[in-house]
Each structure stands twice: as structure tokens, then as C-alpha cells.
Write a protein that binds this ligand. Structure first.
Ligand code: NAI
Length: 344
């Protein structure tokens, strides 16, 4: 039933008009906040290539004009506009359908995602306040870590502004799925394009829970394989942080994953009734956790359905891991909520 979203767009960017082939522009506007960063730049490029996008708004507090000029020379249909500094943020958000937020500092070796909270909580707060004021109906994709806390912060900010719609706020966990698919395909010698592993929970260390028993195509794993793959998927971000040795965390694979999630969201907005992705959202999938990453169906209003049934029939290993992650994820959620509630 579940269909992995492929990067291959479904809509053709070209249509024939008489004997000429002309570009058919999409109709969606996407804003990227933090567009000049390590993730922001390749993400902007990938979204510029989407046939569903008519306008791409790039916002950053530094270096965004160069990125805008550079990207604007690509002859794909989306029109690119740059917005530099706080006074241009409102213009950037005006009329957009999807806001993607990769603004914030990344990890260095030895850091956990939670170590970023002190700086990134304030950045997310500031940007989401602007989203509430200038693009209250947009889908909001939060990439900034620690996602387990920044999404609850975003929710509180939107609530205070009276514009919170839980169906429209997402923590982007697509990279965990992308990694799980890649590692499982490699391990089991499966064609990469066919593999789809749901990853639930949250987006930090042991809160990342790949459900290997629910992988498609149906695949059997030894206990050792389950332990090894689960640990690798949970630590994949740290693998990249250490390999980059101080120059940042995952940017290219993150941009790829975020572009896949944007494409899926736009297909949902566009009326495709068969779009499923895992994302960290407010839901009842696990009653004691107000936010939880699980598979959702995306539609015209964002989340149309939460596939909580996928949490039934877990293996013993998965059920134990789910129990074990609850206190850590709950603490991260509470930390985000407490931060937002003490704001003046
Ligand atoms: P980066 O440092 O290369 O880029 C961040 C960009 O944000 C910079 O261009 C900076 O000028 C901008 N920025 C900072 N404060 C801003 C503000 N107030 N308004 C607008 N822009 C602002 O960092 P990178 O590698 O792009 O990572 C960004 C975030 O994404 C980090 O928090 C990182 O931990 C997170 N991340 C999340 C992943 C996920 O799976 N959700 C995976 C990888 C990284």
C-alpha cells in the first residue's frame, strides 16, 4: 500500500504547443529560510528544478544575494527572488505555500543535537513568528535541530499567534528514511529505488526508530543485522559530522531528503491522493507523546491521515526500543514547550 515518494517528478515540466515545446510552470511558491547555508544552497537548487514550483524565495541573514543571482541563471521555470536580512522577511513570506526552515547552527564533532538548542531555539522562534504574521496558511517544514524540540517551539509560537494548524507543521525526518533505505538496500543487495523503510519516533539518537520489520519489499533480517542497521541509522548523522571534522553536518543528503519532502508536500497540495511520507508531527500515535514521527498521508491541507496502525505488530526489539525512546523524546518535547511558554 505504501509508496515511496520518488525524486522523479510526476508532472511533466514540458508540454507540446503546436509544433513547439514550451515550459509549463508550476503554481506553487516556496520560501527557504536559511537559504545560503550548507543545506539551504543545494536545497534551493533542487527546488529550483521542481516543475511544481513557480516562485522560489530565498531568505538569509548573510550571503543570499550571491546565491540568488547564481541560481537565477538556471533556465528552469521557477522564478527566484532573494531577501536579505530581517526587514525583507515579510516580503519573502508573502503568499507562499510552503516554508522550509534550515536556518541555524549545525553540530561539530562531540556535540549532540540538543547542544544546539541554546542558539537554534531563538532562530526558529523568530522565523516562525514571521511565518505566523505573513504566511499563516503555509505548510512549515522545520529542519533546524534539535527537531524534537524546535517543532514543539514552532507549535507554541503559532498557537500564541492564533494560527496553529497541526496538520501544517512538520519536523523534517526524511533523511532518516533516506538513510535507512540506502543502508538496507546495501546490506541486503536490493535495488535502491524499491526499498522503503518507515522510521518513527523522533530525530535524535535513540529516538530515531527504523521499523525494519515493516520494510518494503518484505525482507528478513537476523537479530545481529537488526541491531547493526538500527545503530547505523541512528548514528548516521554523527558519522557525517565526524567525517566533516568540524566543518558541519549533513548538507547534501539533507538537501536531497528535504527536497523529496517538499515535492511530496506539493504533490499533496496539488491533489495527488496517494502521497505518504514519514514526518515528525503533532499526533495521537503514541498517547504519551504529543509529537511523534510516523508515516502520514499528505494532501491539500497538509497531514490528511496519520498511519498509526503501522505501530501495531512490532517485533520485540522494536517494541522495546519504542518504550525506551519515550522518556527522551518526551523530555525534548517538554523542553521546547517550556522554552516557548516562558517567552515574554
Ligand atoms: P549552516 O551553518 O551551513 O547554514 C545555516 C544558515 O542559516 C546560514 O546561511 C546562516 O546565515 C543562516 N541563519 C542563521 N541564523 C538565521 C536567521 N536568524 N535567519 C535566517 N537565516 C539564518 O548550517 P546547515 O549545515 O545548513 O544546517 C542547518 C540546520 O539544519 C542545523 O540546525 C542542523 O543541525 C540542521 N540539520 C537537520 C537535519 C535534519 O535531518 N532535520 C539534518 C542535518 C542538519
Amino acid at each position: 500500500r505504501w509508496q515511496a515518494v520518488k525524486m522523479r517528478p510526476r508532472l511533466r515540466p514540458w508540454r507540446r504547443a503546436g509544433s513547439r515545446v514550451v515550459a509549463q510552470a508550476g503554481s506553487y511558491k516556496v520560501a527557504i529560510l536559511g537559504a545560503a547555508g550548507g543545506i539551504g544552497q543545494p536545497l534551493s537548487l533542487l527546488i529550483k528544478m521542481s516543475p511544481l514550483v513557480s516562485a522560489l524565495h530565498l531568505y538569509d541573514i548573510a550571503n543570499v544575494n550571491g546565491v540568488t543571482a547564481d541560481l537565477g541563471h538556471c533556465n528552469s521555470p521557477a522564478r527566484v527572488a532573494g531577501f536579505a536580512g530581517k526587514e525583507e522577511l515579510a516580503g519573502c513570506l508573502d503568499g507562499v505555500d510552503v516554508v522550509v526552515i534550515p536556518a541555524g547552527v549545525p553540530r561539530k564533532p562531540g556535540m549532540t543535537r540538543d547542544d544546539l538548542f541554546g542558539i537554534n531555539a531563538g532562530i526558529v522562534r523568530e522565523l516562525v513568528e514571521a511565518v505566523a504574521d505573513h504566511a499563516p496558511g503555509a505548510l512549515v517544514h522545520v529542519i533546524t535541530n534539535p527537531v524534537n524540540s524546535t517543532v514543539p517551539i514552532a507549535a507554541e509560537v503559532l498557537k500564541r499567534k492564533g494560527v496553529y494548524d497541526p496538520r501544517k507543521l512538520f519536523g523534517v525526518t526524511t533523511l532518516d528514511v533516506v538513510r535507512a533505505n540506502t543502508f538496507v538496500a546495501e546490506k541486503k543487495g536490493l535495488p535502491l529505488a524499491d526499498v522503503d523503510v518507515p522510521v518513527v519516533g523522533g530525530h535524535a539518537a535513540a529516538t530515531i526508530l527504523p521499523l525494519l520489520s515493516k520494510a518494503r519489499p518484505k525482507t528478513s533480517f537476523t537479530d545481529e543485522e537488526v541491531e547493526e542497521l538500527t545503530a547505523r541509522i541512528q548514528n548516521a548523522g554523527t558519522e557525517v559530522v565526524e567525517a566533516k571534522a568540524g566543518s558541519g553536518s549533513a548538507t547534501l543528503s539533507m538537501a536531497y531528503a528535504a527536497a523529496r519532502f517538499v515535492e511530496a508536500s506539493l504533490r499533496g497540495l496539488d491533489g495527488d491522493a496517494d502521497v505518504y511520507e514519514c514526518a515528525y508531527v503533532q499526533c495521537q500515535a503514541v498517547p504519551e507523546l504529543p509529537f511523534f514521527a510516523c508515516r502520514v498521508r499528505l494532501g491539500k491541507d497538509g497531514v490528511e491521515e496519520v498511519a498509526a496502525a503501522e505501530l501495531r505488530g512490532l517485533t520485540e526489539f522494536e517494541a522495546r526500543a519504542l518504550e525506551a525512546l519515550k522518556p527522551q523524546l518526551r523530555a525534548s518535547i517538554d523542553k521546547g514547550v517550556a522554552y516557548a511558554q516562558q517567552l515574554p
